[in-house]
Write a protein that binds this ligand. Structure first.
Ligand code: 13P
Ligand code: SF4
Length: 311
């Protein structure tokens, strides 16, 4: 039984003993963010995973992120506290169907959001994250035809912003899809001076009201530098933990779902990781991410291009 253990103390002991780096995404529970060596967005976490000299990466995020860490750092042991921590975007894009989509459009390149399986990365030309998509798209000539998957809202946002006509895969993030425009406008009416910051995984009817659109790191930066003392946050609400730590005198309000509060916008996959499962992962060095070498190398090509182009 784990009941007598001080989990934080045990995690601290094991992380030193086993030379572990604990990487956490901003959507993790506060207690996990607080003991991580590094908290970041998808691009920053990929970079950390590629650069670390730790022997073990304990990835507190979802499976595609831990897979990415393993693709970039194959000699490291990569553990994910709960292997069931998936992503609705990854689920929306089965590799066989994605392959058929590519084959139906042979004159298009595949620009693909990092929220996808290793197989889909291997079928793609360039991977993007929300913080690197704009820089990368700007480097691709306008006449180049592009298919973009799996997030149709991010793709549509990029199409609108840059006047492109990328063909979009129909995937969505169930978390960002759940914000209610009506409830958000009610909230805005109560706080007319509060800007709205939104993640580009939100549908257009949310993004259209946003004063700032960007990745989790971008939104956090906006929270720190904006004028005014109240911000409406249209992304997974656990990021508010970092905002409150960085600028404790400001007020952060999670954008609501249809029920009028932000609890329904907690990512159920991210929430599967707990301190207890992290402790067990460090103790047992399981569950581990393993990727077959040919597949890993194929997926690494498109990820390396992202890392080069994101600069
Ligand atoms: P970023 O942290 O890269 O903005 O990604 C958000 C997200 O939904 C991760 O699953
Ligand atoms: Fe996937 Fe959305 Fe959860 Fe991110 S927040 S892991 S995109 S379901």
């Amino acid at each position: 039984s784990l009941s007598g253990l001080d989990l934080r103390e045990e995690i601290d002991r094991l992380r030193k003993e086993r030379k572990v780096v604990i990487l956490a995404h901003y959507y993790q529970k506060p207690e996990i963010q607080d003991l991580a060596d590094f908290v970041g967005d998808s691009l920053e976490l990929s970079r950390k995973a590629a650069e670390t000299d730790a022997a073990v990466i304990a990835f507190c995020g979802v499976k595609f992120m831990a897979d990415t860490a393993k693709i970039l750092s194959p000699e490291k042991i990569v553990v994910l506290p709960d292997l069931e921590a998936g992503c609705s975007l990854e689920d929306s894009c089965p590799p066989q169907k994605f392959r058929a989509f590519r084959e139906a459009h042979p004159d298009h390149i595949a620009l693909t959001y990092i929220n996808c399986s290793t197989e889909v990365k291997a079928l793609s030309d360039v991977i993007v994250t929300s913080s690197s998509a704009e820089t990368i798209l700007e480097q691709i000539p306008e006449e180049q035809k592009i298919i973009f998957g799996p997030d149709r809202h991010l793709g549509a946002y990029l199409n609108r912003k840059f006047g492109r006509d990328m063909l979009l895969w129909p995937g969505v993030c169930i978390v960002h899809e759940a914000f209610s425009e009506t409830e958000m406008l009610k909230l805005k009416a109560q706080h007319p001076d509060a800007p709205i910051a939104a993640h580009p995984e939100c549908p257009a009817h949310i993004i259209d009201h946003a004063d700032y659109v960007g990745s989790t790191s971008g939104i956090l930066q906006f929270a720190k530098t904006m004028e005014g003392d109240t911000l409406i946050v249209a992304t997974e609400p656990h990021i508010i933990h970092q905002m409150e730590k960085a600028v404790p005198h400001k007020t952060f309000i999670g954008a609501p779902g249809a029920d009028g509060n932000c609890a329904c916008n907690i990512c159920p996959y991210m929430a599967l990781n707990t301190l207890e499962k992290l402790y067990l992962a460090l103790r047992d060095l399981e569950p581990r991410i393993e990727i077959e070498e040919d597949l890993r190398l194929a997926a690494k090509k498109s990820l390396d291009r992202m890392l080069e182009m994101a600069a």
